[in-house]
Design a binder for this molecule. Structure first.
Ligand code: PMP
Length: 397
């Protein structure tokens, strides 16, 4: 029997839930999904790079040969052979990574949430870059830290500022390669300094690196993980090198932290889907990524060049922007008085979208900034969209 006219529930959300807000980007994405919009807003990888045939073959093989394992519950720390593969791929001659230092997670976004769960108390000092990845700020904010914003410049965040501002912090969250949102890269000297300073202060250094493989130059800079595996927590993801839809990432950390994260993950989702882990292992185990990643780099690098050329041609000289050496994003700084959220409202009327910079700041937002993604838009459309934005900015000078 279905109850007639039940009283509507007055939802009594937890104090934590009352503070939640939807990500500014996810809201904008709803608008930018419209086919008539040239969208530089998404953080989405280009679907042209998804290896559909290879993954279909891997699904078929895993299901036909190991279906009973793939469709069963699995261990919380992940599928053993894939953990082994991750550990080998991240090991260097003088810094071996062991598979038991790896936990597989349901997208590195879950890794951020688990790290926050086990490391942050209300009021804990948490160091983040200025600006930083919005999804990390969302994950951390759930546990109500006190943010310490670490300033940066063209060479990424400034290590000396960590020494000055970070006393007593629970962690430092850093994005060394082609940072989201700025596209900046942390120089080798600064990586070494940062690792050294954090080790001296006894502060865990989170190295979030979903874009590291997408370097447009031959050799990416060394990982901070390999400079100090005892003090650096490394986060990787298959989202930007295979597909984000499989929701698969990994965290590499010293054993005591892995054990705590495992306990937290049991409460969250028991484990990451065994089927997708086995399919990804089947896809990557014989070197597929070494052939596949260069095709992604080429596509993104060409589109990055197209956007840089368009910015040079169409943006007023009062604007400045970063020149990424990899990844997916360019960060634009406009004259101080221009509010990029207002610019966005006008841009959408002209069928162009981007993400305003304000939400990427943990503390004081710089509202004259914006993030442009060049990976899902072909060069001719990049030029068209940037020209429209350039004209709108010129009217606001
Ligand atoms: N970290 C950064 C810096 C990102 O840009 C993203 C995705 N946009 C993530 C983590 C989350 O990635 P995943 O798809 O692995 O959850």
């Amino acid at each position: 029997m279905k109850l007639e006219n039940p009283t509507a529930i007055q939802w009594n959300f937890s104090q934590r839930a009352q503070k939640l807000q939807s990500s500014a980007i996810r809201e904008i994405l709803k608008v930018t999904m419209r086919p008539d919009i040239i969208s530089f807003a998404g953080g989405l990888p280009s679907p042209a790079t998804f290896p559909i045939a290879e993954m279909q073959a891997a699904f078929d093989k895993v299901l036909s040969q190991q279906g009973k394992i793939a469709l069963q519950y699995g261990p919380t720390d992940g599928y053993g052979p894939l953990r082994e593969w991750v550990a080998n791929r991240l090991s260097t001659a003088d810094a071996k990574i062991d598979a038991n230092q790896v936990i597989m997670v349901s997208g590195s976004q879950q890794g951020l949430d688990l790290l926050a769960k086990v490391l942050i108390d209300e009021g804990s000092k948490v160091m983040v870059e200025t600006p930083s990845y919005l999804g990390a700020l969302q994950a951390f904010s759930m546990y109500e830290p006190e943010y310490v914003s670490i300033p940066g410049d063209e060479g990424g965040l400034i290590p000396e500022q960590v020494a000055e501002l970070g006393q007593g912090a629970r962690l430092l969250y850093a994005l060394p390669n082609f940072q989201n949102p700025t596209g900046r890269t942390l120089s080798l000297e600064r990586r070494e300094a940062l690792v050294e300073i954090c080790a001296r202060m006894g502060i865990p250094l989170i190295e979030d690196d979903p874009y590291g493989a997408l370097s447009y130059r031959a050799e990416p800079l060394p990982k901070m993980l390999n400079m100090n595996p005892n003090g650096v927590i490394y986060m990787g993801s298959f989202s930007k090198v295979l597909t984000p839809g499989i929701r698969l990432g990994y965290v590499v950390a010293p054993r005591p932290l892995i054990e705590k994260m495992e306990q937290a993950k049991q409460a969250t989702d028991l484990h990451t889907a065994q089927l997708t882990q086995m399919v990804v292992y089947e896809t990557v185990k014989d070197g597929f990524l070494d052939k596949h990643i260069p095709t992604i780099r080429k596509l993104y690098s060409d589109q990055c060049d197209a956007m840089l050329a368009a910015l040079q041609a169409y943006f007023p000289s009062q604007a400045t922007w970063t020149k990424p050496e990899g990844g997916m994003f360019i960060w634009v700084t406009l004259p101080k008085h221009i509010d990029s959220a207002k610019l966005l409202a006008q841009a959408i009327e002209h069928h162009v979208a981007f993400v305003p910079g304000g939400p990427f700041y943990a503390n004081t937002p710089e509202t004259n900034t914006l993030r442009l993604s060049f990976v899902t838009v072909p060069p001719a459309k990049i030029r068209e969209g940037v020209e429209i934005l350039g004209k709108l900015i010129a009217t606001m000078l």
